[in-house]
Design a protein around this ligand. Sequence first.
Ligand SMILES: O=C(O)[C@@H](CO)OP(=O)(O)O
Length: 246
Amino acid sequence: MTYKLVLLRHGQSAWNNTNQFTGWVDVPLTEQGEQEARKGGKLLKDKGVLPDIVFTSLLRRAINTANIALDEADRLWIPVKRDWRLNERHYGALQGKNKTEIREKYGDEKFMLWRRSYATPPPEIDPDDEYSQSHDPRYAGAPVPRAEALANVVKRVTPYWESDIVPELKTGKTVLIAAHGNSLRAIVKMLDNLTEDEIAKVNIPTAIPLVYELDENFKPIKPRGEYLDPEAAAAGAAAVAAQGQK
Ligand SMILES: O=C(O)[C@@H](CO)OP(=O)(O)O
């Protein structure tokens, strides 16, 4: 018995477009982002990868990407589960800041440490900052972070994977997770058992489905899975890696 998992990062968001750190700030998709989501859905349909259930974060860029892609694949009717544990990594005090300006102000090393190190979180956000989520009713009862490193995301995603996602895979459903660059990196790290150095080099392109076939222990049969459009995925990942450089 094997299991099928599809990871989908949201399409281009308003702040991807303006080169701002986003994290838990609930920015919309751009028109280009919507178009990317449609393309992602078409890939699912054309390749016959048809999700039976979708998991999303609580952020509109992931929710809308899932809806647009599933509509395109004629699967808008499938059940949906949303959870803050699939949210983007909380970018702390960097939320809302321009990536290039931060790199220029603090230097390459610190910039990359905050973006891609495993265990070092960015500086914490003030709970009363306009871009803090401390007072957002959607997170009532949840421990809203003031900043997260990727390690913190792995820590919140892994129990959710075990408790909510694995049981759906076990019933033989094709599971779609529509989420974010760094929450998906946390899942990729966990699935592929990557080292901290290996995951630092992984960048997830927007809205290109990444398909994993998993064995009976929920481990990838093909390490790192398979993008449904590998060429576009490589170009997209390179563009993410280069953010803040210009
Ligand atoms: O700003 C963010 O929340 C993320 C994803 O867009 O950025 P980065 O790729 O720099 O971690």
